[in-house]
Design a protein around this ligand. Structure first.
Ligand code: GDP
Ligand code: ZN
Length: 301
């Protein structure tokens, strides 16, 4: 019997799949797909798969083409590791304080999400620690002005949680951001009873009991799925292709057509409309500096 479904959890070679016609089954991978696992990942959470059932055992026969992929560098930095497939959007999470919010980090997260083909939504967590601090207000205003949705949140007081639940309903999403900004705390606050460990590195570095923790999709009571994947956070482990960098800064992408050279990198060429806009204040200097830093990084890899 053949069925189709979505991978909701993967731990040590066992895949929990929710079947389209109802039910949750545990499946293993067909042998020829295991080769792909060694090279990258044959099946990850969010994947649409075709399964066979024989003698009571379920096997994943094939993985359908992915709409979006969240990829990070694997161990050693050379190979790519797909963390999740077919997500609709990703929340880029930073903290208002502890650690203080930094525009270059925000830009890096937004670019990572955009280059993965998803729509980023910025979450500024720990707003209870910042109150109406002008730097946090200015940051929110900057990104709203660029048409990014910004949610101010506190996993501690519950501020903004309802807005986040609304945003999650009817879609599959992930939280990405550095360790310590409160991603586990937000998931726990969203779904009381989840009981994710907070402030512990072991879960995040997947150095625990399981050898391969592939993560899982958490179903929210009010609808929607959120990925809980160890190691999402480590921004240093992500790559952005050089050709994507400009495109991921909407205001720079828009001005590029007015540069003298079509291939302008906006770093040193004459008659650059982007640098002119930075001088006139039309483009925020912090955004331009992030662009230049991310571009240089991408050129080195
Ligand atoms: P993660 O590494 O991103 O998953 O962050 P954690 O959820 O483990 O949280 C890191 C630390 O920040 C923990 O000590 C949490 O209790 C604390 N924390 C998380 N969210 C908030 C918040 O909204 N307000 C305050 N004051 N502390 C928070
Ligand atoms: Zn230019």
């Amino acid at each position: 019997m053949t069925s189709t479904g979505t991978v909701h959890e993967s731990v040590g070679g066992v895949y929990t799949v929710e079947l389209d016609d109802g039910g949750r089954v545990e499946a293993s991978l067909r042998g020829r797909l295991k080769q792909a696992t060694r090279e990258g990942s044959a099946a990850v959470i969010g994947d649409r798969v075709v399964l066979e059932q024989a003698a009571g055992a379920w096997t994943i026969e094939s993985v359908e083409p992915r709409r979006t992929v969240l990829v990070r560098k694997g161990r050693g930095g050379r190979t790519a590791k797909v963390l999740a497939a077919n997500l609709d959007h990703a929340f880029a999470v930073v903290a208002a304080r502890d650690p203080d919010v930094a525009p270059d980090l925000v830009d890096r997260l937004l670019v990572l999400v955009e280059s993965a083909g998803m729509k980023p939504i910025l979450i500024v967590n720990k707003s209870d620690l910042a109150g109406d601090a002008p730097d946090v207000d200015a940051l929110a205003a900057l990104y709203r002005g660029l048409d990014y949705e910004v949610l101010r949140l506190s996993a501690a007081t519950g501020e903004g949680l309802d807005a986040l639940r609304d945003r999650c309903a009817g879609s599959t999403a992930a939280l990405i951001g550095p360790s310590g900004v409160g991603k586990s705390s937000i998931l726990n606050a969203l779904e009381p009873g989840l009981g994710l460990r907070v402030g512990e590195l072991s879960r995040k570095t997947s150095a625990g009991r399981h050898t391969t923790v592939g993560g899982r999709l958490i179903r929210l009571a009010r609808g929607g799925l959120v990925a809980d994947t160890p190691g999402f956070g480590d921004v240093g482990l992500w790559d952005v292709p050089l050709e994507d960098v400009g495109r991921c800064f909407p205001e720079i992408d828009e001005l590029a057509a007015a540069c003298r050279f079509r291939s302008c990198t906006h770093l040193h060429e004459p008659d650059c409309a982007v640098r002119a806009a930075v001088e006139s204040g039309e483009v925020a200097r912090s955004r331009y500096e992030s662009y230049a830093a991310i571009y240089e990084d991408a050129r080195e890899t």
